[in-house]
Each structure stands twice: as C-alpha cells, then as structure tokens.
Design a protein around this ligand. Sequence first.
Ligand code: HEM
Length: 427
Amino acid sequence: MIVISDGDLLREALIKQANIFSDRKVNGLISVSFPVEGSIAWQNGDPWKEHRRFMNRTLRTLGMGRSLMGKRINDECLNMCDYVDKLEGNPINPDQMMTTMTCNIMNAVALGKRYDFNDPRFVKLRRDCKEILDNLSNTSIYNMLPFLYHTRLCKRYREAVENVTIYVKNEVIEHDKSFNNNSLRDVIDYYLREVKRGSRVTDEEDDDDEKDNEHTCSFINDQFCWRGVLDLLIAGVDTTSNHTMWTMLHMAYYPEIQEKAQAQIDQVVGRDRLPTLDDQPRLPLVTAIAREVLRTSIGTTTVPHHTTQDTYLKEFFIPKGTQVLGNLWSLNHDPEVFEDPYVFRPSRFLAEDGSLQGLSDVKSFGIGPRKCPGEPMAQQECFLIMAILLHRYNLVFPEGDPIPDIRGRVKGMMLLPDKYRLRFIRR
Ligand code: HEM
C-alpha cells in the first residue's frame, strides 16, 4: 500500500489518472461479510459509475433541494430542542443525541422512517451501524485478519451485519407492497422503480434533471435495493454526527467565536423564529465555522483505492494492483494553501466584505470520481443543526469537567473527539 500525502501527486492520481486510480479492491472484512454487487462504495467499473449517477440524482431529487432537506433537518432539530429543553441546562454527552438525529435524517431520506430518540429498535440500529463502520476501517484487526470473521471474536460484528441486513431487506419488502410509481417516497422507492423498469438501454453520463424520468439503470437489480441503502446508512450517519460533535466542541472551546456567530444569527434571523437553510447565504460565519471544523478535525484518509494498471506518478513507478490511500489530512493542513494550518480560524474563509471564500480548498470529502456523494447533504445538516443550536442555546462545558483535548483520536477512517459533556443553556 502507498499513502499519497502530496497535494499535486494526489490530484494527479485521483483526478488526472482517475481511470487508473478509481477502483476499489474488495478484501478484508468486507469480502467475507457483505456482497459487493449493489454497493456504491465497493463496486467498480460501469455498474459503479451508473449506480453513482443514479444515487446522485436520487439524493438530489429527494432532499438535496434546499426546501425538502431543510424540512427534514428542521423536523429533527425541533425534536432535539424539545429533548434539550427538558434537560434544563443539566450537562449531557451529546453523542447519542447527535447520532440519533443524523440517523433519523438518513432514515427519512433512504427508508422514509423516523424513530423516537429512545426507541429500542432505533438504538439497536444505530449501535449496529457504528459497529460495522468501526470494523471496516483499515486499522481494524478484523479487517487485517478477516478469517477471524468466523470466530467467536467477531460475533458482535456478525450480529450487527445480520441485524442491519435484515432490517433493510424487510424495509424493501414493505416498500414493494405499497409501491406507487407516481409517488416515490424515498431512496428504496427509486431503486424499486429501476428494478420494475427492467433492463433497458442506459443514457450516457448526464446530470440533466429533466432527463430523470427517462433514465433507466440497466445494472440495478433486487440486490441493489438493500445493498445500496446499507451503504448510505453505514457511510452517512456516524460521519455526519461526528462533524456536528466536533463543531459543538469547538464552539464551547472558543466561546468568543460562538458569540460572534450568535450575534450574526440574531441580526439576520431575529429572536422570533428559528434559522432555516434559506438563511445560509446571510450566515457566512456559521458556514465558515463548519468548514473550518471539516478542515481541522474531519477527513483523515480516503477509503483505499486500487490501481488497475502500471503507471507513474511523476518519477514514482506504481505497479498495477497497488492499494492507494489519499492523505486528506495533509491536503487540509497544507501551509501553501492554509496560513497557520494548525490554528482554528474560521475567518480564513471570510473575505474582507464578509462573503465566503476558499471553501473548496477543504478536501475532507475526497477528490475525483470517488469523492463522497453525500457531501451536500452532510454540509446542509451540519450548517442547520449548528445554526439552530447556536440560536437557541449557549454551549458551555460544565464547571469542573476536564476540558477535552481538541486534537481528538483516530478511529479507523475518522478522527473522533474525546468524550465530553456540554450544558445547553437557553438564551
Ligand atoms: C461529514 C460527513 C462525511 C464525510 C467527512 C465523508 C467523507 C467521505 C470520504 C473521505 C469518502 C471516500 C472518498 C474516496 O475514497 O476517495 C466517502 C465516500 C462515500 N461516502 Fe461519505 N462522507 C460524509 C457523509 C456522507 C453521507 C451523508 C453519505 C450519504 C448520503 C455518504 C456516502 C458515501 C458513499 C456512498 C461513499 C462511497 C463513494 C464511492 O466509493 O463511490 N457520506 N465519504
């Protein structure tokens, strides 16, 4: 395996030589625990390309439009506010609350479902998704020694795989019973529509919304319905909740930045209503904070890529079959791009006139054709959750609690904050 940390080399590999560097090699735990067919993250070639186009279009249609997605996130935020209000300023570890929210938002988009915070079925689903994501990382011992999958050591992971698979498969069966081609409710329904249309000719690469109804994906079969949704649950829940956990931590750590953001929110939104996604263009500081958190605390490496032929990156020979990890952390801390890269400074994304600048320099979602398809959804979630929290509460560490280390710890592909508690004090 090679790790590419130099920005120019990584762009050369994942963008200019994308035809050679975009495959995944299915090995480790994934090869023994999940089928590859129907997975966006693990398939290669034409089925993967077509599947990604399908998913990008579906997510866009279903919720990445600001109003629909805004409503889904808003609904979850209102539930969260009810829950937080009842705490009356008493401290909590917000981890479970955040994962519940992001899991509910993903459930709404993918399966048309939402659960109450303490519903035991939901607690189980969340735990299982987390167990799977943690173990699929490059640093997991089971991933390095996949034969352990069949031993008692891997029992918890096996159970998690079985539970989540059964859960999504049952949802597909239920969706099929009530399927209505004229009223597609969620990602599963869009998959089912493709399956029911059967194999027909696919269009060429297109991003044209107007063509959506005409497009048919020739590769999509029954298995894609549950396997693709499983990818969304595994890839899209803990990553996004981790982003909001880090952002809240930074707000408590830097109260002067929190105050500035609150002042901007009060000025733009006032105190009589909650912020919405439509306010985003006039709340650049909240966007800048979320992006600075992405830069400093999210984004360690890509998922491993795999070369499909011998090639050169500058003078370096890279043989066919090499595993390649992109070091996103080094891109996000490149001193040529970011002045004082280790300093948390959201204002770096604000131009003199207060408008946003340089947002796309942050590479936490990867680069090239394998770049995260959930980026717009994750960005909108973090923005709105934070805007609502900051509008309604002051986020402070409880007196006497140790101040967490702002550097966090690496777990698999993610950098996690140390455990911390917060008081949400009503403003
Ligand atoms: C802050 C939140 C998130 C971060 C930081 C993040 C980051 C990433 C990264 C670094 C990759 C690998 C890129 C590569 O290998 O080159 C990836 C892949 C992926 N992500 Fe995300 N992600 C986030 C949220 C989401 C969400 C919300 C979804 C679902 C809507 C999602 C779905 C996926 C999928 C399906 C892939 C595999 C793409 C492929 O292999 O073609 N992610 N993500």
